[in-house]
Design a protein around this ligand. Structure first.
Ligand code: SF4
Length: 276
C-alpha cells in the first residue's frame, strides 16, 4: 500500500492522460451517446481545486462533456487554475459537437497556449469537432447546423469520426442501438509508477487514462453519469488520495519507468483492439 500523501507531498502527481468532465449539459441527444440522460450540471470550482491539490504534471488533458462550449466559465476557471498553480501540461484536447461557436473559447485557448508553449515549445492545444452519422442524424432531427467558425479558427485540429467497423459501448443511449453494433464497456486497467525512492517533487505517475467527473468521482470515461457514481466509482478527488484510490481499485504498482511504459502501452493497445 502506498502511504497517504502528507501535506508536504501534495501536488506531486503526474497523470499521463487526464480526462475532466466539465459539464453534463448538451444541446443534442445522439443515439449512440454513452452518457445517456443529459443533466443541467457543471463541475464545481472545488473539484478543479482538488484535482490540482494533487496533480502537478499532465501529459494530455482531455476536456470532456457533455458539450464543453456550454460550460465556458468552467473552462476559464480550469485554465486560470492551471496557470496560477503552474501546472505542467503537455497537450490539451477539447472535443465539441460543432453546433455552438464561442469566441471566448478561442481567446481562452490563445491564453493557455501562450502559457504552455513557454515551457513546452511542442505543446499543443486542439479543438476537435465530432462528425459521424449519429451526430449528423441528431442535428438533422433537431434542425441544428454546424457553426462554420468552428472549422476555421486557429485551434481547429480536425474532426472526430467513428471508424467503419468500430463497435460502440453499450452504455447510455448506446443500449438502444442494434446489439450487433455495440459491445459491453471494457473498464481501463490502471498503473502506478512509484517514484518515492527517488528524490524529487513528483512521487507517482499514474495512467494510462484517468477520468474525473463533475462531482470529483474518479471513474471511467465511456459510461453514463449514473454508472460513474455506482459501479465505476473509484473514489472522489475531493476526499481521497488519487494514488490510493487507484490501488484500492486494482492498479498495479511498478517501480521502473520502462515497466510502466510497457504495461501502459499494452493496456492502451488492448483497449483499442477490444473496440474494433
Ligand atoms: S455524443 Fe456528445 S454531442 Fe452527442 S449527445 Fe452525447 S455529449 Fe452531446
Amino acid at each position: 500500500m502506498v502511504k497517504q500523501l502528507g501535506s508536504g507531498e501534495m501536488n506531486s502527481l503526474y497523470v499521463e492522460n487526464l480526462g475532466i468532465i466539465l459539464t453534463e449539459k448538451c444541446n443534442l441527444n445522439c443515439a449512440h451517446c454513452f452518457r445517456g440522460n443529459k443533466q443541467c450540471r457543471d463541475i464545481s470550482p472545488e473539484v478543479i481545486d482538488a484535482i490540482f491539490a494533487q496533480v502537478r504534471v499532465i501529459g494530455i488533458l482531455n476536456i470532456c462533456g457533455g458539450e464543453p462550449t456550454m460550460a465556458i466559465d468552467k473552462i476559464e476557471y480550469l485554465f486560470n487554475k492551471i496557470i496560477e498553480k503552474k501546472i505542467l501540461v503537455g497537450n490539451i484536447c477539447i472535443t465539441i459537437n460543432g453546433t455552438i461557436y464561442s469566441s471566448k473559447l478561442i481567446k481562452l485557448c490563445e491564453c493557455i497556449y501562450g502559457y504552455i508553449k513557454d515551457f513546452n515549445p511542442k505543446g499543443f492545444i486542439g479543438i476537435y469537432v465530432s462528425y459521424d452519422k449519429y451526430h449528423l442524424e441528431e442535428m438533422k432531427r433537431e434542425n441544428i447546423c454546424f457553426c462554420k467558425e468552428n472549422f476555421n479558427n486557429p485551434f481547429f485540429a480536425g474532426i472526430r469520426e467513428l471508424g467503419n467497423n468500430l463497435k460502440l459501448f453499450r452504455e447510455g443511449n448506446g443500449k438502444s442501438l442494434d446489439s450487433n453494433l455495440t459491445i459491453p464497456l471494457r473498464p481501463m486497467r490502471f498503473f502506478v509508477l512509484d517514484y518515492s525512492a527517488k528524490e524529487g517533487i513528483i512521487t507517482h505517475k499514474v495512467g494510462p487514462f484517468i477520468t474525473i467527473n463533475i462531482d470529483g468521482t474518479i471513474t471511467e470515461d465511456n459510461t453514463t453519469y449514473e454508472n460513474q457514481q455506482t459501479i465505476y466509482n473509484y473514489g472522489n478527488i475531493l476526499t481521497d488520495n488519487l494514488v490510493d484510490s487507484l490501488i484500492d481499485n486494482g492498479a498495479k504498482v511498478v517501480k521502473k519507468e520502462i515497466m510502466y511504459r510497457i504495461l501502459s502501452k499494452k493496456e492502451v493497445n488492448k483497449f483499442l483492439s477490444y473496440n474494433e
